[in-house]
Design a binder for this molecule. Structure first.
Ligand code: GLV
Length: 364
């Protein structure tokens, strides 16, 4: 199974800065002259699909004629289509579908879509590129927070912490039990990282440095850094599944990776294995994961992502004590969310000016 390459942050960073015009931006202006900013005193119209931290929102409000969706829940799709009509820029979240219909509804003046997320699987990036619309994302600032969450889920699942808390809250705790609540050791085990990008590397660093684990990884690109500093070994997926004690997935969601953790994959894992997914819910097949956990093909799972989100309350995974589920909160730390807001605002404002984005998904 190949994991298509990720957008490398170094590459994005190298394109960063929005203070001067580059050859790329000049060429972009020639290719899409209709998108050249009119010399006008009016502020550009933008739609911001949710309140984001002031670290970014304040600058957007100061520079733009901004319509900010006030509710905690996303705008319904038809409302989104109405609100983007006539906008030059839109600041979106993962919950907003940005597709042909969106671009048609927005109109030809749309110059930039700034996604408040590192992943862009809610956006038809190819279509944006064809239309000369810049797309930005927010990498790097959430790497450590997400790796912390992956490790937290691993240790929670291994040591049965949530199950233990439920036990306490149900008033079942009667005594200290020599045979009760026994979980898995982490020290010196083998972690299997699927997708050795920034977050995969950060997770592997925690496992190697803090817990002395061996690191196996599966990725279409070799990571010299992981091999040199973490003594990581690149292996095919089957080897990783059969040899790793814990499998943590950090791959992009795309046509190659969708559903890669299915019954066949779970059956290859050790019965003592723990599966961790902080990337995207569609990377695993929920019904197969349920069988794997229920039938004891694997020991436990820790998920920060599900499909759909939120997970329906009648989803059978919620009945399992050996499945820890968090509500997609891996980037929810103060510095990550402020950093994401800062980058998302920079991307939006740069795109409105026809400048290179600080973190540019589709350099044009
Ligand atoms: C969250 O899942 C993100 O892609 O930022």
């Amino acid at each position: 199974m190949r994991i298509p390459s990720r957008k490398r942050c170094e590459r994005l960073g190298a394109r960063g800065g929005n203070s001067h015009r580059t050859a790329t931006s000049i060429q972009w202006r020639r290719t899409f002259p209709q998108k050249r900013k009119q010399l006008t005193m009016s502020k550009p119209r933008v739609f911001v699909t949710r309140k984001i931290p002031a670290a970014g929102l304040d600058r957007v409000l100061a520079a733009c004629d901004a319509d900010v969706w006030p509710d905690p829940l996303p705008p319904p799709h038809e409302v989104l289509l109405q609100r983007v009509a006539g906008c030059e820029g839109v600041l979106t979240l993962l919950t907003d579908k940005v597709d042909v219909e969106f671009f048609e509804a927005a109109g030809p003046q749309l110059r930039v879509v700034s996604n408040f997320a590192v992943g862009c699987n809610n956006i038809d990036v190819g279509e944006a590129t064809r239309r000369g619309i810049r797309v930005g994302n927010t990498p790097d600032v959430l790497t450590d927070a997400t790796a912390d969450m992956a490790f937290a889920l691993l240790i929670c699942a291994a040591r049965r912490i949530v199950e233990g808390q439920d036990f306490v809250r149900r008033a079942q705790w009667k005594t200290w039990e020599p045979l009760g609540h026994v979980g898995a050791d982490l020290i010196g085990r083998t972690i299997g990282i699927v997708g050795m990008g920034r977050i995969g590397y950060a997770m592997a660093t925690r496992c190697r440095g803090g817990w002395g684990m061996q690191v196996l990884y599966h990725d279409q690109c070799a990571s010299e850094k992981a091999e040199q500093f973490l003594l990581a070994r690149r292996v095919d997926l089957d080897t990783l599944l059969s040899q790793a004690d814990f499998v943590s997935v950090h791959a992009d969601l795309n046509d190659t990776t969708r559903g890669m953790f299915n019954a066949e994959a779970f059956r290859k894992m050790k019965p003592t294995a723990i599966f961790v997914n902080t990337a995207r819910g569609l990377l695993h097949v929920a019904a197969d994961l349920y069988q794997a956990l229920r039938q004891g093909w694997i020991f436990a799972a820790g998920l920060d992502v599900t499909d759909p989100e939120p997970i329906p309350m009648d989803d059978p995974l919620l009945t399992l004590p050996n499945c820890v589920i968090a509500p997609h909160i891996a980037s929810a730390t103060v510095s990550s969310r402020n950093g994401m807001a800062d980058i998302a605002a920079d991307n939006l404002l740069a795109g409105l000016q026809g400048q290179p984005l600080r973190c540019w998904v589709n350099p044009l």
